[in-house]
Write a protein that binds this ligand. Sequence first.
Ligand code: ATP
Length: 588
Amino acid sequence: MTPSNNKTHETATKRPAVLANLVAQHKGRITLLSFLSFAGALLEALFIVMVTSIAMALVGGTTTVGPVFGRSLGVPIALIFAASALAVRLIFSLSGVRVSADLVGEVTTNQRNELAHAYLRTSWAVQQSEPAGRLQELLTSFVGRVTNSISTLANSLTAGLSLIAFLSTGLLMHPAATAAVLLALAGVGAILTPLRRRIRKRSAANAQANLSFANAISEFGSLGLEMQTFGAESAFEKRIDRLTADATATQRQTQILQNSLPYVYMSLAYAAVLAGISLLWQVGPDDLGAVGAVMILMVRSLSYGQQMATSSAALAANAPFLGNVRETVDRYLSTPSATGAARPESLLPIEAANVGFSYSDRLALTKVTFRLAPGESLGIIGPSGAGKSTLAQLLLGIRHPSFGSLTANGIPISEIDRTWWSERVSFVAQDPLLFTGTVAENIRFFRSGIENDDLVEAARRANILADIEALPHGFDTHLGERGNQLSGGQRQRLSIARALATNPEFLVLDEPTSALDGRSESLIRTTLAELRGTMSIVIIAHRMSTLDICDRIMVIEHGEMTGLGPPKSLRSRNKFYQQALSVAGITQ
Ligand SMILES: Nc1ncnc2c1ncn2[C@@H]1O[C@H](COP(=O)(O)OP(=O)(O)OP(=O)(O)O)[C@@H](O)[C@H]1O
């Protein structure tokens, strides 16, 4: 067996356990539902027996009904019994509907929370490697399948217990006939097992196709601008048509199998009843009344049996989706974003000794050694793919070195309390994302303890205050989805205000100006010049002018640190730096 086969098999065997776990988590409600279903079905069976017996009595011209379960009753009493059974049955059924709805609501909430919380708590390495759109798809349609499974399970439980109640009543009425039907039903269930297995297999392919579709849709959504400017609409249409066709084909195949199962079951079950009647005809019925009641009970049992067949097909189709949600939660939980407990006196100096990092088997950074002093500004330059952003992520503590040591004030960054760390370290990304909300909310970014004065001060330092004051409602202006009312330069300065709002000790900027116009860059340079010396700063930049304020420059090439020193001395000895200055037209 190949490794991937092994994994598939492992996943497939885990799936019933996923449902069993869900049942265990909600056993209170499920037990109540079981009681309501079973008691309700017994009452319905009693009603059928009473009505059949009353009908037999009337046909026989007598006013005595029965004996029913060993007792004879007058017609009026039997009618009252039947009506009471019907009324209580209705109350039980309606209560069951409520319990079932509560159960479904609880499962949806729990599953969504569990998945979303696990994602938020997982490491950056895992979050960053998730395909686009996967989480949304899991949280919406996949959790929908989990919910559907639990409500299907509740229906199936109701049907199963009703079936047991009916068969038990039947056994009391006429053991031989009921036992024959019971055997026939078990046989039909066994015959349908391979069909259920095929449904599960097809549905696994369907789940995969849905995830690929969600991934592609999410990418299309973010590539709108490129699609329009490059006139790639028809190519995108073709791609999306193909993906839609793939997803629809697997869905169609699952649906055909899933919807066929109840009909196949029904035909087989009726065939079994037919065989039972033939047998009765051969043997000759002994008690006509009892056989009549049993026949009605069995026909009703068949409809419960069909309900169970429908449910089992739906459960088989949902199983891969359940498995996917569970595997994803487990995967997220297995690599939580690490936090330590250390809270040093201060964050600085930051020291890297022979730091290296590998993505799986790919070495991205090696032998990086430096010391960042309090208030020092360090610029990092290097060709594309050299490992600069990787170093930034190590410095931010969201990835940890594969080898070497990276410490803050002598303590490995991985051992430092993340909450303490986040209050002192800030970050500005190349293309920062704003979210739908006000300007103030975007600067605060869900952090507590940032007062209105802090917002104004951060905006002033980021050179965005005048732009904010010119907005219709200032800091309370609502930005459109993802802040699309602002220009690229404004978004970048707003994100610098976000980074400065907590007055950090250490600020990392990853190419903050590379996508900006000259005026926006100049405003950010002014900000950086004002920040110089007030905090430790690491700036990764392609634009040499952005690095004006740096005390030292580090050069990284092909994952290795090839130079480190004050700009003047580095200029005399580092080729890459010399070339970069010359390309930027800086000759002095
Ligand atoms: N998540 C990842 N998984 C695997 N490899 C990665 C990942 N991120 C980056 N790499 C690889 O690691 C190397 C360093 O990438 P990094 O982004 O740090 O370079 P960079 O110097 O910041 O590049 P640029 O200037 O283009 O942003 C590259 O070869 C890149 O392909």
